[in-house]
Design a protein around this ligand. Structure first.
Ligand code: NAG
Ligand code: NAG
Ligand code: NAG
Ligand code: NAG
Length: 384
């Protein structure tokens, strides 16, 4: 009966096909999952030449052509476009142009740096840019920058609402039933850390026009140190999370290369509100953030280096300041310092006394695969 045989062959063939498709699906699924575990998808404009911001500015003192050359080459390799803003020689600032505050205690380097940052901020306001990334000319980054920024984007869209909740919960604390007899001060700090940290979401459902959301003032992407915000009083048992974690991030340097003590496992990146943050190496501002900075640091008061002033202000500790701005960062930072090994005297030295606090450090500290440290390989067409 040929028709029955034919039927069997058909069924067999169909079964084989289903099995084959299944194997392919498993394989593909597995591959995609392992990839996704390491890096989120780079989407929604972070892929473009301004890294998902409306513009990128880089501050460079015209007399430091060495840094301009090297930053240009690194940016070109990353496929980004930058607009240059001239660094300022403090001697050229008119005494009458300073805001209130005792700026006379500040160094020339700090005064020049302050003015250059104010010039960028003013440009951002003038051009009504929704967001902009500001780089100092010794900023360096990892080969996987866009993937890192995609994760940062997820955090920047999630954290502002989380932090508002946490602030509210910190103000209205109602002790929960199982808290009786164990005051929050007795809670194990590791336990508090666990309770305060959620996994970084892998997608963001609410459609947002901006790849980084629009509820923040500053994204402090490059710093030379920050701390986790202290745990809120009495929010131990019914604690409201205020941090996000990304586990197994291959771009987090191994613990022995970072000086900070972390309560998290190696290769974890934490996204959180800034706290005692150092260096304005790389930071993004929103239009709202730029206007607040211009008022606070360009008009209202000037008595310390811009990075210290910005850090204090982000922590809500500036005297007579208005509402606390929303400043977000990650530990470790996304951008690092590039201080090339010293060639001649002053070769890679920062012009701003005090920045980094530790003199010359060799290439790309805190980066796994530094782009500026790997330029020689990159121009030879090798992979980092
Ligand atoms: C890159 O994407 C951002 C966010 O969508 C946008 O504001 C910006 O204009 C884009 N940059 C370029 C050069 O198109
Ligand atoms: C800054 O300007 C002053 C006065 O014009 C000059 O003496 C000094 O060398 C300048 N500094 C730099 C780094 O160019
Ligand atoms: C600035 O941009 C905002 C949002 O994109 C827009 O609503 C506003 O009208 C703009 N202002 C000016 C002066 O163009
Ligand atoms: C936290 O608790 C301490 C001691 O009970 C108190 O002095 C302090 O004001 C509290 N801080 C906040 C932010 O509520």
């Amino acid at each position: 009966m040929p028709s029955r045989n034919y039927g069997r062959v058909c069924i067999l063939f169909a079964l084989c096909l289903i099995f084959l498709l299944f194997v392919i699906w498993i394989d593909d699924h597995h591959l995609r999952n392992t990839f996704r575990k390491q890096y989120p998808k780079v989407d929604q404009g972070i892929d473009n030449s301004t890294l998902g911001f409306e513009a990128i500015f880089a501050i460079n003192a015209p007399w430091r052509t060495d840094r301009k050359d090297s930053l240009m080459l690194a940016t070109a390799h990353t496929g980004a476009t930058i607009e240059w803003i001239d660094g300022i020689n403090a001697s050229s600032i008119d005494e009458r142009a300073y805001p209130q505050g005792n700026h006379r205690t500040m160094t020339k380097g700090n005064l020049g740096s302050w003015r250059a940052h104010m010039n960028v901020i003013r440009t951002i306001i003038e051009q009504n840019l929704s967001t902009a990334l500001i780089l100092e000319d010794d900023a360096d980054w990892d080969h996987q920058l866009r993937h890192q920024l995609a994760s940062f984007g997820l955090a920047a869209r999630t954290l502002p609402d989380m932090l508002k909740n946490a602030d509210r919960a910190g103000q209205v604390h109602i002790p929960s039933t199982d808290e009786t007899g164990s005051p929050s001060s007795n809670i194990d700090p590791m336990d508090l850390t666990k309770r305060s940290t959620l996994p970084l979401p892998s997608t963001f459902s609410a459609s947002s026009y901006y790849p980084y959301g629009d509820k923040w003032d500053i994204l402090w992407l490059g710093h030379c140190g920050t701390s986790f915000p202290p745990h809120q009083n009495g929010t131990a048992k019914d604690s409201v999370p205020d941090r996000l974690k990304l586990l197994n991030d291959p771009t987090v340097p191994p613990p022995q290369l970072t000086s900070a003590q972390s309560p998290y496992p190696p290769n974890t990146r934490i996204y959180h509100r800034t706290h005692s943050t150092l260096c304005t190496l790389a930071y993004a501002v929103s239009q709202g953030g730029a206007r607040k900075i211009m008022y606070e640091h360009g008009m209202r008061n000037l008595d310390k280096g811009y990075d210290f002033a910005l850090s204090e202000w982000c922590d809500g500790e500036t005297k007579h300041m208005g509402e606390r701005p929303m400043c977000l960062t990650s530990s470790p930072a996304v951008f690092g310092h590039y201080w090339p090994d010293n060639r001649e005297a002053g070769g890679g030295k920062s012009d701003i006394a005090g920045v980094g606090g530790g003199g010359i450090v060799s290439t790309g500290r805190g980066l796994v695969r530094s782009v500026r440290g790997g330029l020689e390989a990159l121009i030879n067409g090798e992979d980092l």
